[in-house]
Design a protein around this ligand. Structure first.
Ligand SMILES: [Zn+2]
Length: 226
């Protein structure tokens, strides 16, 4: 009763479409849950997503859970996760993604889930790493542990938005370090990030993990720009 009363005064809204949520709905409304653009997991290669990495690195799978487009609902969700303190939304969407991933037997092939790290300074500012929240959500449903102390971001770099593709590769190649390398030897690592645009960040992280001894790598972004 009291909750319904509060809902009237301070309606909780869907974090994707801003419509008021029903009492039973959490974070995202039922309509958005069923209609957010999801391309499917384990797509046959080559496809628009695998073409972003075409020939640049040896990897097993690349997945995205959502398709990201400017000004649309998925962009709004990603903004909440990264800049509005909605770490619980990251974990919720990660768990949903992990649940869908677990329907494919090939998801049992992943040994470890490693999120793209934030630099320590950025982590202090934000209070959480959004990619870690997503990775922890995924780990609830697939038989692989989330390890966020292996891949480290050692260089504090400003936003890469202004840099061209070549510059991004050059900068990114040197920003990651790998610690506890014994944990990844010959393992199949699923590298997780929140958003995939050019793929440069995942590519740089993947190269670093392969150099350090990972047996196989795969990529997963919660959302990717088509
Ligand atoms: Zn909605």
């Amino acid at each position: 009763m009291f909750t319904s009363f509060l809902q009237l005064i301070y309606p909780r809204c869907c974090l994707a479409c801003s419509q008021p949520l029903l009492l039973a709905e959490k974070k995202i409304c039922t309509n958005c849950i069923s209609s957010l653009p999801r391309p499917g997991l384990f797509l046959t290669s080559p496809n628009w997503l695998s073409n972003k990495f075409g020939g640049l690195i040896d990897y097993q799978d690349v997945h995205t859970f959502f398709i990201f487009s400017e000004g649309a609902r998925v962009q709004k969700l990603m903004h909440q996760i990264k800049y509005k303190g909605e770490f619980e939304l990251g974990e919720f969407l990660g768990a949903w993604c992990g649940y869908e991933l677990s329907k494919f037997p090939d998801s049992m092939d992943y040994d470890l889930i490693i999120p793209i790290p934030l630099h320590q300074k950025r982590l202090k500012e934000r209070g959480y790493n959004q990619a870690s929240c997503i990775a922890k959500g995924i780990a609830q449903y697939i038989n692989a542990a989330c390890e966020d102390h292996i891949l480290i971001k050692s260089t504090y770099s400003n936003s890469l938005i202004q840099q061209n593709r070549q510059d991004r590769f050059t900068v990114l190649a040197s920003v990651f370090d790998v610690e506890n390398i014994n944990l990844i030897q010959n393992k199949h690592v699923l590298i997780v990030d929140d958003t995939l645009t050019t793929g440069a960040t995942l590519l740089a992280a993947g190269e670093k993990l392969l150099d350090a001894g990972a047996g196989k790598i795969s990529f997963l972004a919660l959302a990717a720009l088509k």
